[in-house]
Design a protein. Structure first.
Length: 74
């Protein structure tokens, strides 16, 4: 692989780890909220998991798009 491919693979690895961390931590927070405030309902788990995945996706998208620099030719 070339140097740019190595950087791209490293960014994808960081995105994967970031997604796992954000999803699991948001599920933990949703589980605690479900136990303490919502009488063991499932929707806080689903909502918090969705927020975690959405936030991780947004971060990954920004990180991967940073690597593509566009130049305006006049």
């Amino acid at each position: 692989m070339t140097f740019t491919e190595d950087l791209y693979v490293q960014k994808l690895d960081r995105c994967l780890y970031d997604s796992i961390i954000k999803f699991s931590s948001s599920l933990l927070i949703g589980g605690i909220a479900s136990l303490l405030f919502f009488k063991r309902k499932r929707w806080p788990l689903i909502a918090s998991g969705g927020f975690g995945i959405g936030y991780a996706y947004s971060n990954c998208e920004q990180e991967l798009n940073k690597s593509f620099v566009t130049y305006k030719i006049e």
